[in-house]
Design a protein around this ligand. Structure first.
Ligand SMILES: Cc1cc2nc3c(=O)[nH]c(=O)nc-3n(C[C@H](O)[C@H](O)[C@H](O)COP(=O)(O)OP(=O)(O)OC[C@H]3O[C@@H](n4cnc5c(N)ncnc54)[C@H](O)[C@@H]3O)c2cc1C
Length: 346
C-alpha cells in the first residue's frame, strides 16, 4: 500500500516544532486517500523521536540513526530520501519548507524524476490520487493553484504556520522500521566543522504573535542622552526596548521590524519581516509605525489578524488591517499595554 511520507526535520537531536504541522497536513491527505502516514526521522536520537512522531499522528516511522546523519548534509539525506521514495513509491513527500527542507526535497525530487511544489499554503487530495496545492505568488498578491499528476510522487514544501499540528496523543503507537544509511562518510564531500549561533536570532517564523516596528521608531519623543552620536538611532532603539518590548512581553510576542528600521540600524536584521526578510504568518501581527510597503506586506500579509497603528490614516497598511488605530504610536502602544496588562492580569 502506498503512503504519504513526511520528513521530520531535526536540529541538535530534537524535532523542529513546525515539523509537526507538516505531519498534521500529511495526516489529512492520508485520511482522504485512505493510506498511512510514514514519518522519516534521521540523525542523532532518531529512534527516540519515533515515539514523538507517533504521538503526532504517524502510523509508521522510518528511522535512520547514523553518525553520517548527525547534522544535516544534503548528500546523505537526499540519497536516503531518494532511495526510500524509489522503494516505497509514496503518493506524496511533505516537509515544512525551511531552507534545509527545500534543498532536500528539490534534490530528492530531481533524483527521482518527480515534481516539487514549494511555499504551499493549502492542500487538497483529489479522488484520483492527484494533489491540488495553493501557493501565493507575486509577493502574496495572487494565489496560484497547481495540480500534480495522479500516479506520480509529489514533493511538497509547506509554508510554516499554514497547517495545524495534531494534538499529541502520548498513547499512540507506530510501527518503527530502522534502515541503514545510503552513503558512507567517505562518499560525502561536505564536512561539518562547527555550528555558529547567529547573534540576535529571533524565532519569528514560529511566533503566534508579532509586534513590529518601522521607521517611526526614530520618532520616539525620548531625549537622547548627551554624547550620543546618532540621536535617531538611540531613540529608535529605546522605542523598541521601552515602548514595543513591554507590549510584546505582555502578549508573549516576538519583535519584528520593517527594512527601513533595520537599514537605519535601529534593530538587527534577524527581526526583518518582508520580501528580503522573514515570511511570517502569526495569529496576530501588530504593525507600529509601518507604512505597509508591498515588500513588507510580502512577509506578513497572511497573518490571521493584522492590527495597524499609524498616524497617517492613508497609510497602505490600513488596507490589510482588520483593526486600525490612527494616532501616535507613542501614546497608543503604552495605553494598549497598560489595558492588556489589566485584562490579562499581568
Ligand atoms: C528590493 C526591495 C526589497 C525590500 N524588502 C523589504 C522587506 O523585506 N521588508 C520591509 O519592511 N521593507 C522592504 N523593502 C523596503 C520597503 O519598500 C519600504 O521602504 C519599507 O518597508 C518602509 O518601512 P517603514 O514602513 O518602516 O517606513 P516608512 O514607509 O517610512 O513608514 C513609516 C510610517 O510610520 C508612520 N509614523 C511616523 N511616526 C509615527 C508615530 N509617532 N506613530 C505612528 N505612526 C508613525 C508614518 O505615517 C509612516 O506610515 C524593500 C524594498 C526593496 C526595493
Amino acid at each position: 500500500m502506498s503512503a504519504v511520507f513526511v520528513w521530520i526535520e531535526t536540529f541538535n537531536g530534537k524535532a523542529i516544532s513546525s515539523s509537526w504541522e507538516a505531519l498534521g497536513a500529511a495526516k489529512e491527505l492520508a485520511a482522504a486517500w485512505s493510506v498511512p502516514v510514514t514519518a522519516l526521522v534521521f540523525g542523532e536520537h532518531a529512534s527516540a523521536l519515533a515515539s514523538e512522531a507517533a504521538a503526532y499522528g504517524a502510523d509508521k516511522v522510518i528511522v535512520c540513526e547514523d553518525a553520517t546523519l548527525a547534522g544535516f548534509r544534503l548528500e546523505p539525506y537526499a540519497a536516503l530520501v531518494s532511495k526510500l521514495v524509489q522503494e516505497h513509491a509514496p503518493k506524496a513527500v511533505l516537509a515544512i519548507g525551511t531552507a534545509r527542507a527545500r534543498e532536500l526535497l528539490a534534490a530528492a525530487a530531481a533524483d527521482t524524476n518527480a515534481g516539487l511544489l514549494t511555499e504551499v499554503s493549502s492542500l487538497e487530495a483529489q479522488p484520483d490520487g492527484a494533489l491540488k496545492a495553493v501557493r501565493p505568488v507575486y509577493s502574496g498578491k495572487v494565489l496560484s493553484e497547481a495540480v500534480g499528476t495522479a500516479g506520480a510522487v509529489q514533493f511538497v514544501a509547506l509554508r510554516g504556520r499554514a497547517f495545524k499540528a495534531q494534538q499529541p496523543d502520548a498513547a499512540a503507537q507506530a510501527e518503527v522500521v530502522s534502515v541503514p544509511p545510503v552513503l558512507a562518510e567517505a562518499d560525502i564531500a561536505t564536512k561539518i566543522e562547527r555550528f555558529e549561533e547567529e547573534v540576535g536570532t529571533v524565532n519569528l517564523t514560529d511566533a503566534a504573535i508579532i509586534v513590529s516596528g518601522g521607521r517611526a521608531m526614530a520618532n520616539n519623543p525620548a531625549d537622547a542622552p548627551a554624547g550620543v552620536a546618532d540621536a535617531a538611532v538611540w531613540k529608535a532603539q529605546d522605542g523598541f526596548q521601552n515602548t514595543l518590548q513591554p507590549l510584546a512581553d505582555t502578549l508573549g510576542a516576538a519583535i519584528g521590524a520593517s527594512r527601513a528600521a533595520v537599514d537605519a540600524g535601529y534593530i538587527p536584521y534577524a527581526h526583518q519581516v518582508g520580501q528580503t526578510g522573514k515570511t511570517v504568518a502569526p495569529d496576530l501581527y501588530i504593525a507600529c509605525g509601518i507604512s505597509g510597503a508591498i515588500q513588507h506586506q510580502a512577509g506578513m500579509r497572511t497573518s490571521k489578524v493584522i492590527v495597524a497603528i499609524n498616524k497617517d490614516a492613508e497609510a497602505p497598511i490600513f488596507k490589510l488591517a482588520r483593526y486600525g488605530l490612527v494616532g501616535d504610536l507613542y501614546k497608543i502602544v503604552p495605553a494598549l499595554t497598560a489595558e492588556l496588562k489589566k485584562r490579562l492580569g499581568k
